[in-house]
Design a protein around this ligand. Sequence first.
Ligand code: ZN
Length: 345
Amino acid sequence: MEALVLEPDLKLNIRDLDPAESLGPRDVRIKLHTVGVCGSDVHYYTHGRIGPFVVNDPMILGHEAAGTVVEVGGEVDTLTVGDRVCMEPGIPDANSKASRLGMYNLDPAVKFWATPPIHGVLRGEVIHPADYTFKLPDNVSFAEGAMVEPVAVGMHAANKAQIKPGDIALVTGAGPIGMVTALAALAGGCSEVIMTDVVQPKLDLAAKLGPITAINVAEADLMTVVKEKTDGWGVDKIFECSGSPKVAATIFEPLCPGGTVVWVGMPVDDTPFDVVGAQVKEARIETIFRYAHVYDRAIKLMGSGKLDVKPLITDTFAFADSIEAFDFCVKMPPTSVKAQIEMPQ
Ligand code: ZN
């Protein structure tokens, strides 16, 4: 079948590649409809590796996906042919210690789409476990379904933060993950979110997503805004989504005593932080790696209208133009958030 393949020389080709997959009793076959382009897909294209994961063999890209069930295994009773679905891209070993402890996202043996050597889903069809395949309500589109994957990151961060109704959150970094984290924080009970970045068009978009105060920290003083919004107390939760060591260096300053910082962004460079700054506030520090147990909840929030990702889907390409789509994402204009690719139906 035709697929978007990243070759070991980091050239992209649309060509035939059939991953060896067979339908097991608890699997479903899904015809792909929409696949989002993620920062990690783009990073493999530009750098050929992320940490220890290196593109040594041709690999199909794409892991943010929605489609239609076209075949079900004999033991599947939760899905039927014709169901519109989205899929969790990581398949853990169900019997691993991490999975048995409920932390299946941390299973070292997890097979995650478009992470070498596992193929992604920019292709016609994929076989996937029914347990990691989620039905979409009629009012959630394929495009929104393909956004559940990034939203799941924000949802997991919101869970780790243990938001209380009425909390004020600060989200540092207005990239796609910062945006979905702000939406998850609001859906999770925050009364308002302060968002920071240094790129004005991203902040302009963020400010339209809900009760979000978008601060350009190249021009305005964050602490002045935080003091004004919180009567000098500090924000309850901070979600670090910039991956910037400079932001990390002062991350505890806007935090209230007893508040929580969740590290969401993955810094490329060494990132020291101020331990004493955290101690004097008895800050709780949390980290996340991908997500677990949040897909069904993200879909419910989208279906109920409490979490709207539609403004984040800024650019849509046909599969035939998917190389162009990746080149667009390498030089993503600041007015764009998420590019998606629609597969031929
Ligand atoms: Zn992604």
